[in-house]
Design a protein around this ligand. Structure first.
Ligand code: G4P
Length: 519
């Protein structure tokens, strides 16, 4: 069992739409032998679609359910690639996916550099000290200067860089990369990637193969990278403070192999996890895990859902009985599924690091812990402040039960955050991307039969109010109209503007106003 666990590499790809995540995923699966030809993963969801297209695609949930986690073997490791939604309006799902991984690949477009969504998602990685490896993609285009890109990663993403390769030539003349760690040339050949061992950066083989002007730039960059930059420090990498950087072109299948090898060699296997009682080591005999994602199937007749569980310790066998810690119930995991490219299949066992899907009869919430019997709760899934807020108005008052049920289930599933007012009855929904509202409204109608109107609210941000009870009470009474309870009954203030927020911070020094919930 220990060897199986140590082999696991569970990671996610962090990128801005269009940086090449789909292409990269496809190439990785190809290396792992999980698909026979490129073009398979092209279920390019969301990105350039209109809402109605998105809904149609979501109806065919088969695609997105089965591609939620992709597994493949490579270089003696077992990779679990946790897929994240392509559309930025659904990046809340990505935040949660990042809590289920042990490392991340940051994919950056060489032309556009560090983009908005990458910045947001990297904040989550930084908060969790997730080790990241960066890949600068689209080197076959006339992109930005290498040092400029490295500098931007350091400044904007707040992580030091250690280039592992340097490109030779740019854009159309991009011809390969030089490996800094072992002086290897990876040349772009007719038949894919050619690997040649060199004596160093001055090896005449380089001069035989490449243009003098490209080599001059390469040697300059090399002198800078080896002279002025910090050398790679594995501890700093594992602490999420320094990231190895690779250059390549996913579409031309260049640099992907080097990247996978780096993941196999450098990225950590399953890491220990904190719980409210003790730290849980992945190599412990007993099974434990937590739910990081719930996906509803769209068939309104069977309101069944799939709960995705990250296995945190030990091994889990089909049919085993586990403890659902929140409810104290024993449940049998009858048909755990794993996901292989397009197919999902029932599996017999899964190890720490793996992700399995189980049928959820409506019992699970995001963040729930499952164990072999011990009672504890994993930390690690805070709620982040939504960016858009809407009040829900029910069109047919006779359907209030349906609405309540729909809102409850959709918030359990993580499709929205539900805020219940401390006075009054109209709930407020919070989402990260506006497109989520349209999807929610449509799902409330089609799955629960509740026709609603959403009234957008102008809210500066949700702040979880934390501090001595008396003070929190005083605050609540003075801000009744802006105070709500979240799904865990925590006090949240939806500040209408920044001024009111700043005022509260000043007036209530004993309270903290957090933009993400404490776990
Ligand atoms: P995403 O999932 O991150 O949104 O990106 P995706 O892989 O879909 O790639 C976005 C676009 O960038 C695609 O072009 C893709 O072909 C292109 N691309 C990916 N990697 C590279 C690369 O290394 N070099 C270059 N030049 N282009 C790359 P598209 O025109 O939007 O789609 P398609 O017509 O290729 O399907």
């Amino acid at each position: 069992m220990k060897a199986e666990i140590a082999k696991r590499r569970t990671f996610a790809i962090v990128s801005h739409p269009d940086a090449g995540k789909t292409t990269m995923t496809e190439k990785m699966l190809w290396y792992g032998g999980a698909i026979r030809e490129a073009g398979h993963v092209r279920a390019k969801r969301n990105r350039k679609h209109t809402t109605s297209d998105w809904m149609k695609i979501e109806q065919q949930r088969g695609i997105s359910v089965s591609s939620s986690v992709l597994n493949f073997p490579y270089a003696g490791c077992w990779f679990n690639l946790v897929d994240t939604p392509g559309h930025e309006d659904f990046c809340e799902d990505t935040y949660r996916a990042l809590t289920a991984v042990d490392s991340a690949l940051v994919l950056i477009d060489s032309v556009n550099g560090v983009e908005k969504q990458t910045i947001k998602l990297m904040e989550v990685c930084r908060m969790r000290h997730t080790p990241v490896i960066a890949f600068i993609n689209k080197m076959d285009l006339d992109g930005r200067d290498v040092l400029d890109l490295l500098d931007e990663i350091e400044r904007v993403l707040g992580v030091r860089t250690a280039p592992f390769t340097l490109p030779i030539g740019y854009g159309k003349s991009f011809a390969g990369v030089f490996g800094l760690r072992n002086n290897t040339l990876h040349a772009m050949g007719e038949e894919g990637e050619e690997e040649i061992a060199l004596s160093g950066i001055d090896d005449p083989e380089l001069d035989r193969r490449f243009r003098a002007s490209d080599l001059e730039i390469l040697r300059e960059r090399h002198a800078f990278a080896t002279g002025a930059m910090d050398p790679f420090d594995k501890e700093a990498f594992l602490a999420g403070e320094q990231c190895p950087v690779f250059f390549g072109s996913a579409i031309r299948n260049f640099g992907v192999k080097q990247l996978l090898e780096a993941f196999a060699e450098l990225a950590p296997g399953p890491l220990p996890r904190e719980s409210d009682v003790r730290a849980v080591d992945p190599f412990e005999e007993s099974f434990s895990g937590f739910v990081f994602k719930i996906q509803a199937n769209m068939d309104p007749n069977h309101r069944d859902r799939t709960a995705f569980i990250r296995v945190c310790s030990g091994m889990f066998e089909r049919g085993a009985k586990v403890l659902h810690c929140r409810s104290g119930k024993q449940i049998r995991l009858a048909a755990p599924t794993a996901f292989m490219a397009q197919d999902k299949e029932v599996i017999d066992r899964a190890y720490a690091g793996d992700i399995v899907g189980i049928n959820d009869p409506g019992l699970f919430n995001i963040g729930d812990t499952l164990t072999a019997g011990e009672k504890f709760r994993f930390r690690g899934i805070p709620d982040f402040t939504p960016e858009h807020f809407s009040r829900v108005v029910l069109m047919n008052p006779l359907k209030s039960k349906q609405l309540a049920k729909g809102l409850e289930q959709l918030s359990e599933e993580g499709a929205t955050q539900l805020f219940v007012p401390v006075t009054g009855s109209q709930c407020v929904l919070g989402v990260v991307g506006e497109l989520q509202f349209e999807v929610l409204q449509w799902r409330l109608q089609t799955e629960y039969g509740a026709e609603t109107r959403f009234e957008q609210l102008s809210v500066f941000g949700a702040r979880w109010v934390v501090g001595p009870e008396e003070e929190a009470d005083r605050f609540r009474k003075a801000h009744l109209n802006d105070c709500y309870r979240d799904k865990k009954d925590r006090l949240v203030c939806l500040f209408p503007n920044e001024f009111r927020y700043n005022l509260a911070v000043k007036e209530y020094p004993e309270l903290r106003f957090l933009d993400k919930s404490e776990e």
